[in-house]
Design a protein around this ligand. Structure first.
Ligand code: TXA
Ligand code: MG
Length: 320
């Protein structure tokens, strides 16, 4: 069996990774949100391997990553003014926008949808890789289906074993949770997934109103109830009084519990939402490595980035 190379990202390894992509390979690379598992968007065979490696169902479309605005013309049939205004304010950055797709975008990328999800990551390694690959890169998060997204190269290696042809190690990702997804439909803007950019921020910087989608499952087929899950049983608690099992781990939002637990983690001692977001998945992976069977976790305050954090916690705790 081949052994996947985990290599520190530098000029020569990025060049090598780009060559692998150009030759139809699959490479895991860091972005500012989570690690992605990428293939050249116009190579359906290579994209099919992403689905295989992740064991991702074919109904769940991928996000296409671009390095320059001009690459959008290769993917999007129309460029609605409102969406372009949002892109101008937030790209590069952790915001994914949905466009009507060009015929040339393979159906396997969009799971047969007429739309394509696009984002421009704010991460030098990703940008260099995409530029050198010479075309946009389709990439979901580099976890196996329904499991916790990776925020370090070793998380990818652990979950996907020898699946990818190469894993570029860029250290821990800055944001720690996935991009926000926004769609323009019949004159309205909808948020399909809360993520690393807050809806308030988009509204403030553009003056647009963003609506919550009535049925995000249909609009965004990948938003499943159970998702982002570590192997451990995750139980959401209001406070330590609801946590009885001292053999479990306890993940507090801001204040460490007084009771004893096997492991205690605090998402942010300062109560900072950005810091909490960047720690959430990292803690899940760490607790998994330590073979913790049960995790109690407190929710974040329900404002700003707290909405995205709580969405991930809720799905990680869902049984099915
Ligand atoms: O931060 C991120 O977005 C990371 C990094 C790697 O860029 N990527 C990521 O990809 O989270 P993934 O595949 O784990 O999540 C993509 C989500 C899924 O929920 C999928 O259903 C949705 O995007 N999506 C993709 N194409 C779509 C489309 N055309 N319409 C609606 N939702 C779409
Ligand atoms: Mg994912």
């Amino acid at each position: 069996m081949k052994k996947t190379n985990v290599v520190k990202a530098n000029k020569s390894s990025i060049l090598k990774a780009a060559k692998i992509l150009r030759n139809g390979g699959v490479v895991s690379f860091p972005t500012e949100t989570v690690y992605g598992l990428g293939a050249c968007v116009f190579n359906p065979k290579a994209v099919a391997r992403i689905f295989e490696i992740k064991k991702r169902p074919a109904f769940d479309p991928l996000i296409v990553h671009i390095a320059q605005k001009k690459q959008l013309y290769l993917l999007a049939e129309k460029l609605p003014k409102k969406i372009i205004k949002i892109a101008d304010k937030f790209w590069p950055g952790p915001l994914t926008l949905i466009f009507e797709k060009k015929k040339s975008v393979p159906d396997i990328v969009t799971a047969g949808l007429k739309t394509v999800a696009v984002r421009m990551p704010d991460c030098e390694i990703a940008t260099k890789l995409i530029k050198l690959a010479g075309q946009p890169i389709a990439a979901p998060s580099a976890n196996s289906f329904s499991r916790t997204s990776p925020v370090r190269a070793e998380h990818v290696r652990k979950q996907l074993k020898d699946g990818p042809d190469m894993i570029l190690d860029g250290g821990k990702t800055r944001k720690g949770i996935e991009s926000t997804i926004v769609k323009f439909e019949k004159g309205n803007l909808y948020v399909l997934r809360q993520g690393a950019v807050t809806v308030e921020d988009i509204e403030k910087k553009t003056g647009f109103k963003i609506l919550k989608s009535a049925n995000s499952k249909i609009l965004s087929p990948g938003m499943l109830k159970k998702h982002y899950s570590p192997k451990a049983k995750v139980i959401v608690v209001k406070n330590e009084r609801e946590a009885q099992d001292n053999n479990a781990a306890y993940v507090a939002f801001k204040n460490a519990p007084k009771k004893k637990f096997k492991i205690v983690k605090v998402l942010s001692l300062k109560g900072c939402l950005e810091e909490a977001a960047s720690n959430l998945f990292d803690f899940f992976h760490e607790l998994e490595k330590k073979r913790i069977g049960k995790i109690y976790i407190e929710k974040a305050p329900c404002t700003g980035l707290g909405l995205a954090i709580n969405d991930r916690i809720k799905r990680a705790a869902a049984r099915k």
